[in-house]
Design a protein around this ligand. Sequence first.
Ligand code: GRF
Length: 213
Amino acid sequence: MKRAEPLRLAVLASGRGSNLQAILDHIRKGTLDARVVAVISNNGNAGALEIARAEGIPAHHWSRRQFDSDEEYEETGLRLLQECGAELVVLAGYMKIVPERIVRAFQHRILNIHPALLPAFGGKGMYGHFVHQAVIDYGCKVTGVTVHLVDAEYDTGPPVLQRCVPVMDDDDAETLAARVLKVEHEIYSEAIQLFAKDRIRIEGRRVKILPKE
Ligand code: GRF
C-alpha cells in the first residue's frame, strides 16, 4: 500500500548532528520521503538541536538529570515521541541507551547507525574515534557502516543495511572516520527510505528487504 504522507521521524542526537543534516538534505532533494517532526537530545548544547531550530523543527532537551526518577524520565521521553506522532525513531550519534520501555513501545521502529561492521567494534565505549582507532590497531583491511534496529543494549539489534569501506595503509582514525562518515550520510537515508516505502520485513534477527514495487 502506498503511503499518502511522508514518514514521520523523531531524531535523537547527542552531538554535532551531521547525520541529521544529511537526512534533512536527502528530504530536501526528494530522495527520502520523510519529515523530521522532532529532534531530541540529552545534551542541551548539541549541534543537532541548533540545526533543528534553524530549520524550524521542534527541538527538545531530554536528559535523565532533569528528573528525580527513571520513571519520570522515561515517561517524558515516551510522551515526547508519541506527541510528535513519530513513526520511526532515528538515533543519529545518540550516546545514551534508549530505555527499555521506549524500545518496547516502538518495537522494530527505532534505528541506530554505527561506524563499523557490527558485531565487530561495537558495544559500550565503542564510539567515534575509539571505533576507528580499534579498527586500525587490529590491522583491518575493511571497515564500514551498520544501520540496525535498536534493542535495549548497545549495538546488538539486527542489521538493516551494512556497507563496506576500505582501510588504507596510511589511514589514521581521523582520515578513516571521514571516509566512513560519507557513507553514513548516504546509507542512513537509504535505510529510512526502506521503512518509508514499507519494504522491510522482520523475521527474527533477519531484516529482509522487499523488492521495489
Ligand atoms: C556517527 O559517526 C555515528 O555513526 C555515530 O556517532 C557519529 C555521529 O555523528 N553513532 P554526527 O553527530 O551525526 O555528526
